[in-house]
Design a protein around this ligand. Structure first.
Ligand code: HEM
Length: 516
């Protein structure tokens, strides 16, 4: 019997609402059932507001903190940093599960306020720090082949030409300060910036151009920002305190943005869709011709900011490389011997020489291992699991590659700088599957080709031309303090001496006659 105050419409609505509530409850139960087979992540208990930030904050290098916690909680553990749920993965199988096996579940990036500030207020404009989307798929599909030219292609010839020309410029610049104790960083950054701008945008700057120098400085600041963890990342309510700093960062990034916009304007005026000159042209062509294309000019510009900014990462890695080589005279000797044999010291090495330079290539891999650049954190786009542990949506995943690259299970004497570990008995380069310095899977690095090529020729050429030395009284690099520290904490100083005769005498004379 219908209640006298209940009309049929109200009744039907009530039934529908009850049905929907039951359905939602059933769905939730099903999800919980699916999840109930999963284990709860072990990990330290956090404090209100701070989470476990106070534990990690005790260490000089956060990766030391994450490694210490691994000893207590295992290869996969959870912790909160501020208000963010995080998982730290340290074993090879867990990393592969996240990056390859479940790459779809973990394809997003952290939503840090700093990342928005660096990329025009919207990190999704950037290619490295955006969440996964069809737009990201499109721009990776264009950028990836361009950044990885085939061995016999025109692209590799261009890459080789830009690298070798800039190395000549660099040798000239270093010749003017030979035998002096110098900070090589600005020299290296100018060289890598010009390699990148030429390869990506067909643009070369005079190293003394103030706009160029300012741009390099800005990228240096921005790059340091990206690689440092800040309280605001995990406690976004600190925004009020950081407001000024975020604004400064945004203003700096805007200067670079203006430069890129000018480069795009110049390209647009002379665009020939049949003959793309570079990656800028390829993006402009796509935007012009493909009506359904989700990529805007702003997306393309910020993508270029992002890729060109990679020169700063490479400059720092190269600096670490020179420091490590200078601190290991036996390695320096072997590079010199190999390069001299291959070039006869009548020329500098080029990319065609790569197969004949296995030792120098092994040195580049050893530099990458020792420096152990962290993989940019990933974020779970849905509730999922790692190694049977429950992981909630929006959880941030950090990869402890420092532990992996220093694990005695994989590496003999991991805290020693030994390039030979990457060589087979037949003197061939072998990169083991447990070593992936550029990440792996859906969001793997786009710059690895340029990085490996520049580092190979950069180390080979500079060792060929100079006896690179540490300052007197400075001991060999301490391999306990370098891993995970992408930007050297203290400015590295080196001396570039000319080799005594007869090593590369003719090459050296070329530079001496052309420099004051
Ligand atoms: C100098 C040494 C470098 C190292 C060791 C390095 C390493 C890495 C790593 C580990 C990742 C994360 C992969 C992942 O999340 O799974 C990454 C991402 C990325 N790298 Fe590099 N990188 C280097 C230089 C560069 C350079 C020079 C460029 C630019 C040309 C570049 C462009 C990128 C981009 C765009 C991504 C993000 C890709 C995406 O999210 O889809 N990297 N890199």
């Amino acid at each position: 019997m219908i209640h006298p105050t209940l009309n049929p419409v109200t009744l039907i609505l009530s039934v529908v609402i009850i049905f929907l509530v039951l359905l939602a409850l059933y769905g939730r139960r099903k999800r919980l059932e699916k999840f109930s087979n999963l284990r709860v992540l072990p990990g330290p208990r956090g404090l209100p507001v701070l989470g476990c930030s106070h534990i990690i904050g005790r260490y000089n290098n956060p990766w030391d903190g994450f490694s210490a916690l691994r000893k207590v909680y295992g290869d996969v553990y959870g912790l909160t940093l501020g208000s963010r749920k995080c998982v730290v993965v340290s074993s090879l199988s867990a990393m592969k599960e996240v990056l390859i096996g479940k790459s779809k579940d973990f394809a997003n990036r952290p939503d840090f306020l700093r990342f928005h500030a660096i990329f025009r207020g919207d990190r999704n404009l950037s290619i490295a720090l955006c969440d996964w989307s069809s737009k990201q798929k499109t721009r990776r599909e264009i950028a990836f082949p361009y950044m990885h030219p085939k061995a016999t292609s025109l692209g590799i010839n261009r890459m080789n030409a830009f690298i070798t020309n800039e190395l000549q410029e660099l040798v000239s610049a270093l010749t003017t300060v030979r035998n002096q104790l110098i900070e090589p960083r600005p020299f290296l950054l100018a060289a890598t910036a010009n390699i990148f701008y030429q390869y990506l945008c067909s643009k070369r700057f005079d190293p003394k151009d103030p706009t160029f120098q300012r741009m390099i400085k800005i990228y240096d600041v921005v790059f340091k920002e990206i690689f440092q963890g800040f309280a605001i990342d995990f406690m976004p309510w600190l925004k009020i305190v950081y407001e000024r700093r975020l604004k400064e960062l945004r203003n700096k990034a805007d200067e670079v943005t203006n430069l890129t916009a000018t480069i795009f304007d110049e390209h647009e005026k002379t665009l020939d869709v049949e003959n793309s000159r570079d990656l800028v042209d390829m993006f402009l062509k796509l935007i012009k011709e493909d009506e359904g294309c989700k990529l805007s000019r702003e997306d393309a510009e910020v993508t270029m900011d992002d890729l060109c900014g990679g020169h700063s990462v490479l400059g720092n890695l190269w600096l670490w490389g020179l420091y490590l080589v200078a601190g290991h005279p036996e390695v320096k000797e072997k590079i010199l011997k190999e390069v001299s044999r291959v070039t006869g010291n009548q020329r500098h090495p080029c990319l065609k020489d790569k197969p004949a330079l296995p030792y120098t290539e092994a040195v580049t891999l050893e530099v990458l291992r020792v420096v152990s650049s962290p993989i940019i954190p990933h974020v779970a786009s849905k509730a999922t699991s790692i190694q049977g542990f429950r992981v909630l949506e929006n959880t941030l995943v950090m990869f402890n590659t420092v532990d992996l690259n220093m694990d005695v299970e994989y590496w003999h004497e991991p805290r020693r700088f030994k390039p030979e570990r990457f060589l087979t008995k037949e003197n061939r380069v072998l990169k083991p599957a447990y070593f992936f310095p550029f990440g792996t899977g859906k969001r793997t690095c786009l710059g690895d080709g340029l990085v490996k090529s520049t580092l190979l020729l950069g180390l080979g050429t500079l060792v060929q031309m100079f006896d690179i030395c540490l300052p007197q009284g400075v001991g060999a690099p301490d391999l306990n303090t370098i891993p995970g520290v992408v930007v050297p904490r203290n400015e590295i100083k080196l001396i570039f001496r000319h080799h005594p005769d007869p090593v590369n005498a003719s090459l050296r004379d070329t530079f001496l006659s052309s420099t004051p």
